[in-house]
Write a protein that binds this ligand. Sequence first.
Ligand SMILES: *Cc1c(COP(=O)(O)O)cnc(C)c1O
Length: 401
Amino acid sequence: MNYHENAKIGTKAVWGGEKEYLVHGASQVPIIPSVAYTYEDMDHWYDVAVGKAKGHIYGRNTNPTVQAFEDKVKVLESAKAATSFSTGMAAISNIFDTFLRPGDKVVTIKDTYGGTNKIFTEFLPPKQIEVVFCETGNHEEIEAAVAKGCNMLYLETPTNPTVKITDIERMAKAGKAVGALVVVDNTFATPVNQNPLALGADLVLHSATKFLGGHADALGGVVVSNDEELIEKLYHYREINGATMDPFAAYLLLRGMKTLDLRVKRQAENAMKLATYLQSVDMVDVVFYPGLETHPNHDIAKKQMRGFGGMLSFAVAGGVDTVRELLPKLQYANRAANLGAVETTVGPARTTSHVECTPEERAAMGIPEGLIRVSCGIEDAEDIIADFEQAFAHVKSLVKA
Ligand SMILES: *Cc1c(COP(=O)(O)O)cnc(C)c1O
């Protein structure tokens, strides 16, 4: 390892987990697309194949570029072990497939990522796996559900799109008390702002597609843990099931991660400025951002996060009609179902994170039809705010009418 264990996160992002993979004096990790690896010595080949010696056999199992990616995330999360996947959803479904069996029970929150929620509602119940949904942010309710016994406690904080906060340390304690595996989706927070392993989580996952990569040009997922056995089990299932990260994606994600600290700090700064501005806009009914003192769990966010992240959401008066007019007026924003990129990205919750739900279901989840999710980019906040100002000016007459 060519970084000091006590190095700060910006240094780790640049130098972490690379040295072992540099070849021919290159200063950058190469893309090694090779599917298979050749051996002269049959005994050495055998030893590598059965895991007695280090090396690579076949691309579905391991790949040097992909391992460099895993090592960098491991360093960023100060974890003991990591394994990667083709997408964030592959990471999540592989966790369920590896660790849950018929008759098991999962306790989770209502506001998990849309795809995760789909697995909970549609794909786990037919396998006789029970899923108990608790009100996101209602710690007493989660504790009571966990205390009845469960095999897995699955959390995500902050959540999509209303950035609700759950106390990881408190919930992990509750999970541990009943022997549950505590899993946290850390995609929104990133390792720059939050390290759930240090707060008691057993497994921490990321959609690397989002903030880790940061450039909306590569898909990936990753899971880290301080329990090497858990990661070994997960890896073993993945190498068979085949949801392997592509080496080209691993290269792009590695390249993106070098600037993770810079990007995430800037995005959080921009989010705080934009959230503060949005609170002053007449047409805006409500602003959700964990950095705002008006956020119901601002204190928990302050305790467990080093920064409040780049994600916020707000609801406009006039609902969908206003959204339809407002969003196309923005010049510096991609209207897309993505987040975590260097470009500011906006989308209505009803089209992006909660497109599968009916308006009634969204209302029950506290998601107004006029809710807009913003993933703040790294542009200058002044330009982004000015852009929103001109867009609001355009729709002002419409809302009044
Ligand atoms: C996007 C996302 C996922 C899924 O990741 P993919 O890479 O799109 O499969 C999971 N969790 C959260 C919080 C996400 O934002």
